[in-house]
Design a protein around this ligand. Structure first.
Ligand SMILES: NC(=O)c1ccc[n+]([C@@H]2O[C@H](COP(=O)([O-])OP(=O)(O)OC[C@H]3O[C@@H](n4cnc5c(N)ncnc54)[C@H](OP(=O)(O)O)[C@@H]3O)[C@@H](O)[C@H]2O)c1
Length: 279
């Protein structure tokens, strides 16, 4: 896919995997629209990407878990005359706690962000892309999408939804020139674990809070955010409408280990066989 002169809308672009998507796409010549809550971080990244790559970088500060947030985003982008060629639905968060101990308002926000806004944006932009017969949607799911996860119950359920929706939209998009891809990262060094922690996480002596928090989750393997947005995603997008389909499995560069091997073994063949088109 040639990304030059394409405009990409990325939610959750102020850090982590979303910022890595923005950086990778801008380096390939795409114009970017960055959305998240932290306006200062968005502005800094937009300026940096514009200066480094000469692309158009817009940003919009928005709390996407608010009711009607997606309507406001679409309205504002339309007002600015920004057409979206590629949508990266990346914003999301998890809560590490027993369901019975979870704050109902946090649960509502997680469902609104991970499921509601992602679906709304898919609906608006897939419809427009279908009319044009071109476009791409990348939905960031998780390896947690492949099985129920106690203590991360709502998060895993929202990601199962993202994966299921993406697989269905991949099939529908295939008929209409729209590519749909689900990215399923494993544990990655971002702000995710800090945001998901039930209590504040103390910094390491060297200040690496995210690393200490992944350890606290019992996860010793961590990928860099860019590993989910690198060559595997770009080549998957290239072939998203081919008979191999639009799922981004864990990267071959992912560190080897028993948990990783179990994930790969449990997800690949069974799901692939059941998809229309012989994925
Ligand atoms: N890190 C992992 O191990 C991992 C594994 C599998 C899947 N994922 C998925 O990857 C995606 C990106 O997460 P990450 O790992 O990069 O975590 P992160 O560093 O915490 O980034 C999350 C992004 O979402 C934005 N965001 C959070 N709440 C928002 C809201 N209410 N409205 C608008 N933006 C909001 C954050 O920006 P603001 O705070 O500025 O709003 C930030 O840009 C998520 O969907 C996550 O579920 C992560």
């Amino acid at each position: 896919m040639d990304y030059r002169d394409k405009t990409v809308l990325i939610t959750g672009a102020s850090g982590g995997i979303g910022a890595a998507f923005a950086t990778g796409l801008a380096a390939r010549g795409a114009n970017v629209i960055l959305v998240a809550r932290n306006e200062a971080k968005l502005k800094e990244l937009a300026t940096d990407l514009h200066d480094s790559h000469g692309i158009r970088a817009e940003y919009l500060a928005a709390d996407l878990s608010e009711p009607c947030a997606s309507d406001d985003v679409v309205e504002e982008l339309d007002r600015r005359g920004l057409a979206v060629d590629i949508l990266v639905n990346n914003a999301g968060f998890g809560m590490h706690a027993d369901f019975a101990d979870s704050d109902p308002a946090r649960i509502r926000d997680a469902v609104a962000l991970n499921v509601g806004v992602l679906t709304d944006l898919c609906a608006v932009y897939m419809s427009r892309m279908t009319q044009l017969g071109a476009g791409a949607i990348i939905n960031v799911a998780s390896v947690a999408a492949f099985q129920p996860v106690p203590h991360l119950a709502v998060y895993a359920a929202t990601k199962a939804y993202v994966l299921s929706l993406s697989e269905a939209l991949w099939w529908e998009g295939k008929q209409n020139g729209v590519k749909v891809l689900a990215v399923c990262p494993g544990a990655t060094d971002t702000g995710f674990f800090e945001a998901a922690a039930p209590t504040p996480i103390p910094s390491d002596r060297d200040g690496r809070r995210a690393r200490s928090s992944t350890r606290r989750f019992g996860l010793s393997m961590r990928a860099s955010p860019a590993s989910w947005t690198g060559c595997t995603t770009w080549s998957s997008l290239q072939s998203a409408n081919s008979s191999r389909g639009g799922l981004h499995w864990p990267s071959p560069n992912w560190p080897s280990g028993p948990a990783h091997r179990a994930e790969q073994a449990s997800v690949t063949p069974a799901r692939a066989k059941n998809l229309p088109g012989g994925l």
